[in-house]
Design a protein around this ligand. Structure first.
Ligand SMILES: CC(C)(COP(=O)(O)OP(=O)(O)OC[C@H]1O[C@@H](n2cnc3c(N)ncnc32)[C@H](O)[C@@H]1OP(=O)(O)O)[C@@H](O)C(=O)NCCC(=O)NCCS
Length: 163
């Protein structure tokens, strides 16, 4: 039986998609509350129900959810071009954090990107570089006063085996 903290990671069903916009609303109210209202609106618009439906249908997108007792508690969104994978979003509801759900979502997204032929995954983050470093990412650089005048860290992880 599934425990209270044990999540299953899977492609969302069409019904699951309906529960995802509230996750982004939550994200802008908690972790991204430092942004002003127009930026928050933009984040929610970029992750609207319609866009998430299209993301779900597109074969080249990585869209995975973490579910506990049939509830979506986390989401990861990625894509790839020219053999480089990109993680656009990774979010776990605050009350479900610290149970390796974020790690599991990221690992599954990386596996999917590698399967698509990516040799590397890259991302930018303004709030959680240390999380990615713990999971094997290295810092490639910094984007100072970048999107919406925030500082971003560029991180990446290679899928190529050393030696
Ligand atoms: C970052 C996030 C996805 C992590 O989810 P989670 O399920 O709590 O993560 P895990 O339980 O898998 O944590 C794995 C490790 O990273 C650490 N960690 C988690 N979040 C961290 C953070 N923000 N900064 C530094 N370390 C972090 C954990 O302590 C854990 O360390 P351990 O292996 O030594 O115990 C979640 O906190 C979140 O949604 N944050 C808001 C959005 C965000 O920051 N997204 C990613 C960047 S845009």
């Amino acid at each position: 039986m599934q425990s209270d903290t044990e999540a299953i990671i899977l492609r969302p069903s069409l019904q699951d998609i309906f529960s995802l916009p509230p996750l982004f609303t939550q994200a802008v109210h908690t972790d991204f509350s430092f942004y002003n209202e127009p930026v928050k609106q933009r984040i929610m618009k970029k992750n609207s129900l319609l866009r998430l439906f299209f993301a779900r249908l597109r074969k080249r997108r990585v869209l995975l959810v973490a579910k506990i007792s049939d509830k979506c508690v986390g989401v990861v969104i990625g894509s790839h071009t020219a053999s480089i994978g990109n993680i656009h979003w990774l979010f776990v509801l605050p009350e479900y954090r610290g149970n390796k759900i974020g790690s599991a979502l990221l690992a599954r997204a990386e596996a999917a990107l590698e399967k698509f032929g990516c040799h590397k995954v890259a991302l930018t983050t303004e709030i959680a570089p240390e999380f990615y470093k713990k999971l094997g990412y290295t810092v490639e650089g910094f984007l100072k006063k970048h999107w919406w005048k925030k500082d971003f860290t560029i991180l990446s992880k290679s899928f190529e085996k050393i030696g």
